[in-house]
Design a protein around this ligand. Structure first.
Ligand code: MN3
Length: 248
């Protein structure tokens, strides 16, 4: 934010031809000094989100999700959301000091930069975790009980989740979330929206499992066969992580 305000200021100074030449000269020299120090970590209003490490190899989920898809998805798509979120927050000082979760809860529909890129960062951070390599291939314990209570059976949950992901028109996500009543529910959202965005979505809640159904998540391996990707994803789900999200 400081840098952008500074550039605006120097733009005005540059346009002001009435200022004395020595002033214009000294102002013009400052942007070069600034570019020598790209990081300003000590600025109190600086909000810098970072790309979380994947925590496992790009090929760890192959062949269900191939290494190139993982590398591009994490290193290009997710990284891009983080970068653009940080840029959007430079113009949104009302979010200073907030966690990503707090920003999601507060963002409004017309704040497209924070909505799309904050959502992109939140959603992908969850996505990498819930498909991390694991031996836990089915829900157990309290989570199993909650699934049975909400859906009747794991099979019925799987069908609801699959359908939500398959029928999401265009780009978006499908979710398993804990609702405000404490019960589990399945929903889907367009683009990078998520159930945390209580000012935007129809069904607010805390997502504990999410599948990305943007084509970039599966097209290299599955082309137009979104259903095959969803089935592969569901076989990859790390139910230990989902249970931890549920408990948290
Ligand atoms: Mn994605």
């Amino acid at each position: 934010m400081k840098k952008r305000q500074f550039l605006k200021l120097t733009g005005i100074m540059g346009a002001g031809v009435v200022v004395a030449p020595f002033m214009a000269c000294s102002e013009a020299s400052k942007p070069e000094e600034k570019t020598g120090t790209p990081e300003e970590p000590t600025a109190p209003e600086a909000i810098e989100f970072t790309l979380p490490a994947l925590g496992y190899g790009f090929d760890a989920l192959a062949p269900k999700i191939d290494a190139m898809t993982m590398e591009i998805h994490h290193g290009k798509h997710h990284a891009g959301y983080v970068r653009k979120l940080n840029a959007a927050l430079m113009d949104a000082p009302q979010y200073a000091g907030m966690s990503l979760e707090e920003i999601m809860a507060a963002v409004s529909a017309d704040e497209t930069g924070v909505r799309n890129n904050g959502g992109g960062h939140f959603n992908h951070s969850l996505y990498w975790q819930v498909i991390s390599p694991s031996e836990a291939k089915a829900p157990t314990g309290d989570l199993l009980n909650a699934i049975n209570e909400a859906f009747g059976s794991v099979e019925a949950f799987s069908e609801a989740f699959f359908t939500a992901a398959k029928t999401r028109f265009g780009s978006g996500w499908a979710w398993l979330s804990v609702g405000t009543d404490g019960k589990l529910f399945v929903s889907s959202t367009p683009n990078q929206d998520n159930p945390m965005m209580k000012g935007i979505v129809d069904a607010p809640g805390t997502p504990i499992l999410g599948i990305d159904v943007w084509e970039h998540a599966y097209y290299l391996n599955y082309q137009n066969m979104r259903g095959d990707y969803i089935n592969a994803f569901m076989e990859l789900i790390n139910w230990d992580v989902v249970a931890k999200n549920f408990a948290g």
